[in-house]
Design a protein around this ligand. Structure first.
Ligand SMILES: Cc1cc2nc3c(=O)[nH]c(=O)nc-3n(C[C@H](O)[C@H](O)[C@H](O)COP(=O)(O)O)c2cc1C
Length: 407
């Protein structure tokens, strides 16, 4: 069985690559990831703020007992308090390169055009096989145009590319007006690949103390829908590699991502939640699925469900939305006991939109975990809240009339 793939020009044994996460901060973890079958590893990011600061203490964060993932939060960088020097980062890459056989991909997180760009060169010299640019800021100035922001990112990319011989990938957010166009501009400006998508940690506030604090929440497989759709759309429209990141927890998730055209499938939350050994489980289950379906290599099905290759290209566009709402509602009406109601005409209405029963269950568990309770304590109230969220989602209203007619 041939699981080989090529990403950023690197020949990889499988498409399973741990994405940037705190796991890479520890050399033992890096070795364990390699032993579990990781074909390459993306390092945690060197943050622009860290480059300017000193006093890196990797395992000192601000664990809060009420946080859902205190362990993960321990690693979550809070720029003012959690700092790494460039020297530490470079030394760690060099140690990892000496200890591991698989490619190491460095990562820089920055938002401004500054001298830190030159550090990319030092990451290359430390031995990194590729670099991931995690270029992101939250634009808040109403005077800055979208084009100015995009040009800023392109300038950073071009400056880094001008200095490096190793391939450079850009890790993107989905928040661009025309993502397809910006993706193409990035690859035309030298990006060897795109990593879709980064997740940003949206702050929460504490009602009692009136503090703002980061809330690190691990993903569930539902998160995969966004990168799945965009990889499907971009495959064939742009040059370069595509990496899927976000919500890949199971072999089936990775297989789907490959089918829409990803070259690699990146793992983060799944490993933080289930442990590094989960890489081996996913690989084994991928092999089993391929064997059952008589595939000998990933190349045989990679991209077969991209927008340009799939039998129903419109399915990846909004035009499909009404159909998916009604399909889901018809299915729910037949099978689920979600608590449907009848309208004046006697038509059965289920206000769950496109959300399936499994997704509701996952969301309910997510709510429990967000609340700091063990997942097994999911109660009816969590289920009701998940249902409430689904039915109050504004876009659900679009399909209502259509759905009633269909039912
Ligand atoms: C605790 C934690 C730390 C992360 N650190 C980084 C980072 O340093 N750089 C980066 O580009 N992404 C970072 N990420 C994002 C992940 O690499 C990944 O892209 C994202 O979590 C989506 O994948 P997932 O659904 O498998 O978690 C981090 C994610 C988590 C949960």
């Amino acid at each position: 069985m041939d699981l080989r793939t090529t990403y950023l020009g690197l020949k990889l044994r499988t498409p399973l690559v741990p994405s940037a996460s705190p796991l890479s901060e520890d050399l033992d973890n890096l070795k364990r990831m390699e032993d579990a079958g990781a074909s390459a590893i993306v390092f945690h990011s060197l943050f622009e703020e860290h480059i300017r600061a000193h006093g890196y203490q990797p395992h000192e964060g601000r664990p809060r007992s009420r946080e859902p993932y205190p362990k993960a939060l321990t690693y979550f960088p809070e720029p003012a308090e959690f700092e790494v020097t460039l020297e530490d980062y470079l030394a760690h890459i060099a140690h990892a390169k000496a200890a591991l056989k698989i490619p190491i991909i460095g990562s820089i997180n920055g938002s401004t055009f500054g001298s830190w760009i030159t550090y990319a060169k030092q990451i290359e010299q430390a031995g990194a096989d590729a670099l991931e640019l995690n270029i992101y800021s939250v634009p808040t100035d109403p005077n800055v145009t979208a084009d100015e922001i995009e040009i800023g990112y392109l300038t950073i990319l071009a400056s880094v590319k001008a200095q490096l011989a190793i391939p450079v990938a850009v890790k993107l957010s989905p928040y661009f007006t025309n993502l397809s166009q910006f993706a193409r501009r990035l690859t035309e400006s030298g990006a060897d690949g795109l990593v879709l998508f980064n997740r940003f940690y949206q702050p929460d506030i504490d009602l009692e103390t009136r503090e703002v604090f980061p809330n690190v929440i691990l993903s569930t497989p539902t998160a995969m829908r966004l990168p799945l759709r965009w990889i499907a759309i971009l495959r064939g429209r742009i040059r370069g590699s595509l990496a899927g990141t976000g919500g890949i927890h199971r072999a089936t998730d990775a297989l789907k991502m490959l089918m829409v055209g990803a070259d690699v499938t990146m793992l983060c939350s799944a490993l933080l939640a289930r442990g590094i050994g989960h890489i081996a489980t996913i690989e084994r289950e991928m092999r089993e699925w391929m064997e059952q379906h008589k595939y000998h290599s990933i190349e045989q099905f990679k991209g077969c469900m991209s927008q340009e290759n799939c039998p129903d290209p419109a399915a990846f566009e909004r035009a499909q939305y009404l159909r998916s709402v009604s399909t889901a509602r018809v299915r729910s009406a037949r099978t689920a006991s979600l608590g449907g109601t009848k309208d004046a005409s006697g038509a059965l209405c289920l206000d769950v939109g496109t959300v399936t029963r499994r997704e509701l269950r996952e969301r309910a568990v997510e709510l429990v975990v967000e609340d700091g309770r063990p997942a097994r304590e999911a109660a009816n109230s969590d289920w009701e809240q998940a249902k409430g969220e689904a039915s109050s989602a504004p876009e659900m209203a679009t399909g209502t009339e259509h759905t009633k007619a269909e039912l």
